[in-house]
Design a protein around this ligand. Structure first.
Ligand SMILES: C[S@@+](CC[C@H](N)C(=O)[O-])C[C@H]1O[C@@H](n2cnc3c(N)ncnc32)[C@H](O)[C@@H]1O
Length: 280
């Protein structure tokens, strides 16, 4: 890796199986989170001429939307994942969005130009830092004084059934696998802790808004089952099980998905925090 990454495990994962999965399933993920992303962009109130930083930009969905909204300004997307940044560049070029740029960088330590950005945006990309205080401190320095922060992160796992319907969870229920440890995806679920974290990093006017939006995961239970089966964690788990067990787990996952199915597809509620603040 030719960039400085202190989040080495995350960098390996997002440059490996998870990164490839996010590129392969990009369109599904964009559609699935479209209503959440729209809420983030609406709250960001991007103005013409602004400089926007999108942290953990993945394949650049929000960066490209931000670039369109800031017109004569510029949007920079940064992500640990080289494979996703390559895809983001390709998508921006094919959409003719010339004011979106992308860099492979660890946002926790990347030397952003001080005070260069008016807005720091993140669409579920700020939950994975191994030192969140250092990371948000570094990001604060990239914002001009009075600049805005707006990000989405998941609330608790219990409020997000999307994360509890899967092969790993089914295997746990059948005692084929131990209870997983805490997931980084929920590391910012506690508003009290996040408020203290952001205030310590130099933000004020910190506000938390609950955002609850349906997520259309796929066309029917079988479509979503195949998506679940192909996820890196499921693929690893299933590779070590005999076919009868795999079939048993698949039936369980499919039954769970059926509870969320309607003629319009499989729709699961998504529960996020929209966190906004100013650089003090
Ligand atoms: C759940 S994905 C969201 C991606 C994208 N924002 C989207 O909406 O699809 C989280 C992203 O955060 C990135 N990420 C995790 N830790 C990071 C870090 N320290 N610096 C930059 N990006 C990071 C991952 O590589 C991954 O692409």
């Amino acid at each position: 890796m030719s960039f400085v990454a202190v989040n080495a495990e995350q960098a390996e994962d997002w440059n490996g199986a998870s990164g490839r999965h996010f590129v392969a399933e990009r369109e599904r993920h964009e559609r699935m989170r479209a209503r959440l992303t729209a809420r983030l962009l609406a709250s960001a109130r991007i103005q013409d001429g602004q400089y926007v930083l999108d942290v953990g930009c993945g394949c650049g969905d929000a960066t490209i939307l931000a670039a369109r909204a800031c017109g004569t300004g510029q949007a920079l997307g940064v992500d640990l994942s080289g494979v996703q940044v390559a895809e983001a560049r390709r998508l921006a070029a094919s959409a003719g969005v010339a004011n979106a740029r992308f860099e492979v960088a660890d946002a926790q330590v990347h030397p952003f130009p001080p005070g260069a950005f008016d807005l720091l945006l993140s669409n579920f990309g700020v939950m994975f830092f191994d030192d969140p205080a250092a990371a948000f401190g570094n990001l604060r320095m990239a914002l001009r004084r009075g600049g805005r922060l707006a990000f989405l992160c998941w609330r608790t796992r219990d409020e997000n059934p999307f994360f509890t319907i899967g092969f790993a969870e089914a295997a746990q229920a059948l005692s084929l696998r131990e209870q997983a440890g805490p997931s980084a995806a929920f590391s910012l679920a506690d508003a009290g802790q996040v408020g203290a974290l952001l205030s310590g990093a130099g933000f004020d006017g910190i506000e938390f808004t609950t955002v609850d939006e349906p997520m259309l995961i796929g066309s029917d239970p079988d479509d979503v089952l195949e998506y679940e089966r192909a996820s890196p964690s499921s693929a690893e788990l299933l590779a070590g099980l005999d076919p009868a067990r795999v079939a048993e787990l698949a039936k369980r996952v499919r039954d769970d998905l059926t509870a969320y199915a309607s003629p319009g597809g499989v729709t699961i509620p998504g529960a996020a925090w929209l966190v906004t603040a100013h650089a003090a």
